[in-house]
Design a protein around this ligand. Sequence first.
Ligand code: PRP
Ligand code: ZN
Length: 299
Amino acid sequence: MRTHDRLRIAIQKSGRLSDPARDLLARAGLSFRESRDRLFCYGESLPIDLLLVRDDDIPGLIAEGTCDLGVVGQNVLEEQALERLEDGRGEAFRAIRELGFGRCRLSVAVPNDWDWPGPARLEGLRIATSYPQLLARWLRGQGVAAKPVVLSGSVEIAPRLGKAEAICDLVSTGATLLANQLKETATVFESQAVLVAPSTPFGDARADLAAMLLRRLDGVLSVRASKLVLFQARRDAVPGLLQLLPDAEPPTVMAIEGQDNQVALQALCRSAMTWQRLEDMKRAGASGLLVLPVEQMLA
Ligand code: PRP
Ligand code: ZN
């Protein structure tokens, strides 16, 4: 029986979510000692350990209480939640934060040379997928009857092997579809990495550890998108300039020695500053524009 004075987080051992997940936890101040088998990493800076596993195992590990938190794609989480629902098992886990990386979509793809009048094109056909639940829900919504063919991997070669006519698989860059002469036709589910937790809150020391980790993660996540914008402008241009910064916190306005009409402003923006936006601001009277990355933030 494990003691509950340490928190255990499951992340993908190797795959597209592993590096960004480890990077996120490192930015939240977590450091680990790697074990020889590299499956368990002991938390050094805090009593928070890592378990490196297959992404598909993460929801189950949370459900059975082997791990306390996990980083996994919404695609895997939602698929397994629907599966539990179908089997009459109760809700056991839920996503508590969207993490902003690992973005991909679950899409239907068909051979390049097919015409695509719409989802009705799939009527009566076999669709290879590793996500039968998400696919079935989408097909129901479209009013289309097709047969999911469940494959655990290499879904993209199913049409060439004669196992299915179409596929429903994850698409990120689109390179896999391109290499297999398939074209993406309809999006079934949009996904990104999420932090997953048990549906029932922790009733012990893990609650405080999880709350602290969440506070830090929230800081890291909002810092990622945020930029500090510094500029000068005439006082009468300020209201117009602030309209160009709808996502900014109320700015700090500072007087400039010897220049009564001119002020210096500092605003924290919650989303990306584009060149277009900077040019719009310059046109609206801003000068000396500086955009700085934010290193740390604690609200
Ligand atoms: C997905 C999917 C494709 C590939 C698509 O697998 O099954 O093989 O990624 O990506 P692309 O559009 O950039 O080519 P993934 O690597 O996520 O692994 P898993 O689903 O087996 O966990
Ligand atoms: Zn997987």
